[in-house]
Design a binder for this molecule. Structure first.
Ligand code: CDP
Length: 238
């Protein structure tokens, strides 16, 4: 069983989610937004008053997490929490608890379980380094903190959530620092990852680069003829 995985890692607001979803859709692969799992645990911890770094309790929340991803919505125990997990305080809490090794370990099997035929595109921080270290294509999507703050600001402004650009830039820098400097699964490109700086690229531009890379590694339908190593994997597609 050799189900291909494409990993897309990178810092907050680098556009990795949008790109990963587009690639998954174009390939008709499954999609894992691993950050949503940390956000789900963060939401639960805020709601249940599990404060600070109660590692064992947070790991228990992670181990019993049973989310459903249906048509772009996220359900937790039947409740639609799609918007709730996107709130800024939940993101901040997610980044705080993501430093805890027991929680990360508790979420490992859940994440690996998303690898199903015909393939998976997984986005996060440690998809290429820890969760899917043998993935045939690893992307690390980066962009300057200023550019990412602008993008997030625009997103939130469109939703009419009152935030200031300065506060966002500060929060992004803090989160970067925490994600990159933590001892367990820090945010960094895998040794064999392709680093793409999206600061001056559109989503289409990034998608095109990722697609060409996927193609050159035999992961797209049209690379079937030219590439041998993975062509067998595509044979199930109709
Ligand atoms: O939207 P944003 O990129 O800020 O965050 P996310 O991808 O939804 O993930 C929320 C938080 O979970 C991040 O700030 C990371 O600290 C953490 N995370 C992680 O540690 N490992 C992952 N594979 C995914 C997310």
């Amino acid at each position: 069983m050799d189900i291909p995985v494409i990993t897309v890692d990178g810092p907050t607001a680098s556009g990795k989610g949008t790109v990963a979803q587009r690639v998954a859709e174009a390939l008709q692969f499954h999609y894992l937004d691993s950050g949503s799992l940390y956000r789900l645990v963060a939401l639960q911890s805020l709601e249940q008053g599990v404060e600070g770094e109660a590692a064992a309790e947070l790991a228990r929340l992670g181990a019993t997490l049973d989310p459903r991803f249906v048509g772009g919505r996220v359900l937790l125990d039947g409740r639609d929490v799609t918007d709730a997990i996107r709130a800024e305080p939940v993101g901040v809490r997610a980044s705080q608890i993501a430093v805890l090794a027991p929680l990360r370990a508790a979420l490992l099997d859940l994440q690996k379980g998303f690898r199903r035929s015909p393939g998976l595109v997984a986005d996060g921080r440690d998809m290429g380094t820890v969760v899917f270290p043998k993935a045939p294509l690893k992307i690390f999507l980066d962009a300057s903190a200023e550019e990412r703050a602008q993008r997030r600001y625009k997103q939130l402004k469109d939703k009419d959530l009152g935030v200031s650009l300065r506060a966002l830039l500060e929060s992004i820098r803090e989160r970067d620092q925490r994600d990159r400097s933590r001892a367990v699964s820090p945010l960094k490109p895998a040794d064999d990852a392709v680093v793409i700086d999206s600061s001056s690229l559109s989503i289409d531009g990034v998608f095109e680069q990722v697609w060409q890379l996927a193609r050159s590694r035999g992961l797209t339908p049209d690379s079937k003829k030219t590439s041998k190593p993975h062509s067998r994997r595509r044979s199930k597609k109709t």
